[in-house]
Design a protein around this ligand. Structure first.
Ligand code: MN
Ligand code: MN
Length: 459
């Protein structure tokens, strides 16, 4: 006769299950992860970081026609904003590959193409937000600026201001409470508009008192001195305003991490770390750090791009395997963050199906909205396979869902992988305040996500 404990499903806090050693490993892992967060404030920087780490571990850039024997480690970047890495396995690609796909873009404020203006002797940059932001969260916080400017002669200049010790930062103002009678009556989306997110960048004039646009003139002079760029060069620039500052431990117990961009760099780092440790996996392991997830995965660097097929069909060709035969035997963990249950906003979540901080990797059988619409909805067998795999590798995990039925919803790259004929499921780190300038995760959950991806690669 089965006992009560055998019959009931009971979730467990990972702190109650893990050994002291493993908890320490998770905290050590978190230290490395925070370095990644600090150095990878944009998708371009994340890819640069990945290339550097990969080359240190013996990965080489893939070139067409390269011979790939088991144990070979290759990578390929896409326009500097996405990267695919592979470690060739002992088995044929006809038996499929194990993929982890995470994204390295994050919500932010992009500068417009003609961004610079002056009003009442203050200079500003105009912005167009990228991804799903709550606009009121982006005012009155220090901002840094990262990106590239392509000059008239075609040379590319890296711009990075606000995250180095001693750098100035930038700022979007808000109304003082003494004068917010009208603002306070508005809805949040009316009170904070996209066109209102203008970044304050200067207040010191240049030239004679009778001149016009003297603040703007000073800004342009400073930019020219430092970067050799002129106003017209903004036309061919990609500059991203992101929260300035470093990743920090959160809580007296240091159990959590607070930082910008943890959606989805928590999973991106986990996937990268896991693949860099592989030597000769049974099946070929593939890690994808993609771009444009936050705006629908379109575009040449997004997960819907043929860049992925090109890379995979190149690998398949070396073994005389048809790409789609490889895909239909493959598995993809769509490694993306999920929503952690927040007691401050309990009303939007259904407790028994929500992910909790410190309960491990969150697995989402489906995402989407209004009746799972727009979701690839993984099969029971896929969840069953993961249960066994995680059991074998000691991965703490939990089921997750994005809020109550009909409360909202969202999507990931899962469906774009699944639509290719690849068995796919979503799983990732539970996050508090997802998409906020400063997001919260748990160290144990981040570490478990790394362990889960390693388990997927090792089988
Ligand atoms: Mn995400
Ligand atoms: Mn997101």
């Amino acid at each position: 006769m089965a006992e009560r404990d055998d019959l009931f499903y009971k979730k467990k806090n990972a702190f109650d299950v893990l050994s002291e050693d493993e908890i320490n490993s998770a905290y050590d892992y978190a230290t490395e992860y925070k370095t990644f967060l600090d150095e990878a404030k944009t998708e371009r920087k994340a890819v640069k970081f990945a290339v550097k780490m990969a080359e240190e571990r013996g990965f080489v850039p893939y070139t067409a026609g390269m011979a790939l024997s088991p144990g070979a480690k290759v990578y390929k970047t896409v326009e500097g904003k996405a990267i695919m890495l592979a470690v060739i396995g002992n088995k044929s690609l006809s038996e499929g590959v194990n993929i982890a796909a995470a994204h390295v873009d994050a919500p932010r404020l992009d500068l417009k193409q003609v961004p610079l203006f002056e009003d009442t002797e203050l200079a500003y940059f105009k912005t167009h937000y990228y991804g799903g932001i709550k606009k009121y969260q982006w005012v009155t916080i220090p901002l840094a600026l990262h990106g590239v400017v392509v000059r008239r002669d075609g040379t590319v200049v890296d711009v990075s201001i606000g995250d180095m010790e001693g750098d100035p930062v930038f700022y979007i103002t808000d109304l003082l409470p003494h004068l917010d009678k009208d603002q306070a009556k508005k809805t949040l989306s009316e009170a904070f508009t996209g066109e209102g997110l203008n970044i304050l960048i200067g207040s010191r004039p240049y030239g004679e008192e009778k001149d016009s646009d003297r603040i703007k003139h000073m800004v342009l002079r400073l930019l020219y001195d430092r970067y050799g760029i002129v106003e017209e060069d903004f036309l061919s620039a990609e500059l991203e305003a992101v929260p300035a500052g470093r990743a920090r431990d959160v809580g007296l117990d240091r159990s959590m991490i607070g930082a910008y961009g943890q959606d989805d760099r928590s999973c991106a780092f986990a996937a990268l770390r896991a693949i860099l440790e592989l030597e000769s996996p049974e099946k070929t392991a593939v890690c994808i750090l993609t771009d444009k997830e936050e705006i629908g995965s379109d575009g040449v660097t997004g997960m819907q791009s043929a860049a992925f097929e090109t890379f995979m069909s190149d690998l398949c060709r070396t073994q005389d395997v048809h790409l789609h035969h490889c895909f239909e035997k493959s598995f993809c963990l769509s490694a993306d963050v999920c929503n952690a249950f927040d007691p401050n906003y309990a009303e939007v979540s259904e407790k028994s199906n929500s992910a909790k901080l410190n309960y491990g990797l969150g697995v989402l059988k489906f995402t989407g909205s209004r009746g799972k619409s727009g979701s690839s909805d993984a099969s029971a067998e896929t969840v069953g396979m993961l249960r066994a795999l995680f059991e074998k590798h000691g991965v703490r995990w939990q089921m997750a869902e994005l809020g109550k039925v009909d409360q909202g919803g969202g999507g990931t790259v899962a469906k774009y992988m699944a639509n290719r004929g690849i068995t796919t499921i979503d799983a990732g780190v539970p996050v508090l305040s997802m998409h906020a300038p400063y997001e919260i995760t748990s160290k144990l959950d981040c570490y478990m996500t790394y362990k889960a991806i390693k388990a997927v690669y090792c089988g």
